[in-house]
Design a protein around this ligand. Structure first.
Ligand SMILES: Nc1ncnc2c1ncn2[C@@H]1O[C@H](COP(=O)(O)OP(=O)(O)O)[C@@H](O)[C@H]1O
Ligand SMILES: Cc1cn([C@H]2C[C@H](O)[C@@H](COP(=O)(O)OP(=O)(O)O)O2)c(=O)[nH]c1=O
Length: 263
C-alpha cells in the first residue's frame, strides 16, 4: 500500500488531471471541497480518498428481476468489485430470512405455511422496516449497500397476485429510496431454463410472466435495465460501471437520502 496526501481538492479540478492522471495514468476518485485527505492506492493503482467528507455517504443500490435472473450472482460480484476499489460495501438481501419475520416468510415461500396474500405482503414490508434504521446508519457511515431485491419485489410480486398496486405501495412509503435500481432483464422462459428453478412457491413460469408485467408497470425512467441473458461477465462489467458512477455521486455528499414512492 502506498500513501500520498491530497492537498488541492478544494477548488474544483485538477489534482487528478494535472498530477495523477497525466503523470501516472491511473484513475483517482476526485472530490471537490474536501479538506486534505490521504490517498490510498492498491497494487492495481486503484486509488481512493480515505475518510468521509461532510455529507458523504454510501449508496443504496438495488438489484431487481425475476427469479433466476442472476441477482444473487451479480450482487456478490459487485461487492467484491467495490471492495477491490477500496469502497466499503455490504451485501444485503430481502427477504432477510434470519429474523423472526423472515422465518415466517421463509416458511410461506417453502410452502410449509399458508398465509393470506395481504398478510404475506405486509410481512415482506415489515421485514424491510425492521432493517430500515440499520440501513440508514450504514449508509450515513459511508457503507454502500448492494441489495438483492427490495420494495419493488414486494409490489411486483403481490400485485401479480391481483392485489391493488397502490395498496401494495402503501406499506412501503417511508422506507429509504434507492440511489440506483438495476433491473436484470430476462424473459420468464429463459430464466426458467436456469438451474434450481421450481423449488419455491413463486418459481412457476405462468406466475413469473405476471411478475414481469408488474415490473413493467412499476418501473420508472431512473431504472437501469441490463440485459441479463448476456454472459455473466458482460452483465458484471455493465453493472460495475453504473454502480461505480452511483457510488461516486453519493460520495460527493450532495445527494441526501430520500424516501420511497415520494418521486
Ligand atoms: N448471465 C448468466 N448466464 C448464465 N447463467 C447465469 C447468469 N447469471 C446467473 N446464472 C446462473 O443462473 C442461476 C441463477 O442465478 P442467481 O444469481 O442465483 O439468480 P437469482 O438470484 O436472480 O435467483 C445460477 O445457476 C447462476 O449460476
Ligand atoms: C423481497 C420480496 C421477495 N418476494 C419473493 C420473490 C422471490 O420469489 C421470493 C424469494 O426471494 P429470493 O430469495 O430473492 O429468491 P430468488 O433468489 O429466487 O430470486 O420472494 C416477494 O414476493 N416480496 C418481496 O417483498
Amino acid at each position: 500500500m502506498i500513501y500520498g496526501t491530497c492537498t488541492t481538492a478544494s477548488k474544483s479540478l485538477s489534482f487528478k488531471t494535472l498530477v495523477l492522471q497525466k503523470s501516472f495514468n491511473f484513475r483517482v476518485q476526485f472530490f471537490s471541497n474536501c479538506s486534505p485527505k490521504k490517498l490510498r492506492m492498491d497494487n492495481n493503482l486503484n486509488c481512493s480518498i480515505e475518510g468521509n467528507k461532510k455529507g458523504s455517504r454510501g449508496a443504496l443500490v438495488v438489484l431487481e428481476g425475476l427469479d433466476r435472473s442472476g441477482k444473487s450472482s451479480q450482487c456478490t460480484r459487485l461487492v467484491n468489485y467495490l471492495e477491490g476499489q477500496r469502497i466499503s460495501a455490504e451485501l444485503w438481501r430481502f427477504p432477510d430470512r434470519n429474523t423472526d419475520v423472515g422465518k415466517m416468510i421463509s416458511a410461506y415461500l417453502t410452502n410449509t405455511s399458508q398465509l393470506d396474500d395481504h398478510t404475506i405482503h405486509l410481512l415482506f414490508s415489515a421485514n424491510r422496516w425492521e432493517k430500515r434504521s440499520l440501513m440508514e446508519t450504514k449508509l450515513k457511515s459511508g457503507t454502500t449497500l448492494i441489495v438483492d431485491r427490495y420494495s419493488y419485489s414486494g409490489v411486483a410480486f403481490s400485485s401479480a397476485k391481483g392485489l391493488d398496486i397502490e395498496w401494495c405501495k402503501a406499506s412501503e412509503v417511508g422506507l429509504l429510496a434507492p440511489d440506483l435500481v438495476a433491473y436484470l432483464d430476462i424473459s420468464p422462459e429463459k430464466a426458467a431454463e436456469r438451474g434450481g428453478y421450481g423449488g419455491e412457491r413463486y418459481e412457476k413460469l405462468e406466475f413469473q410472466k405476471k411478475v414481469a408485467e408488474s415490473y413493467k408497470a412499476i418501473h420508472d425512467v431512473s431504472w437501469k435495465f441490463v440485459d441479463a441473458f448476456q454472459p455473466i461477465e458482460d452483465v458484471e462489467k455493465q453493472l460495475q460501471e453504473i454502480v461505480f458512477d452511483c457510488v461516486t455521486e453519493c460520495q460527493k455528499g450532495k445527494k441526501p437520502l430520500s424516501l420511497l414512492w415520494s418521486k
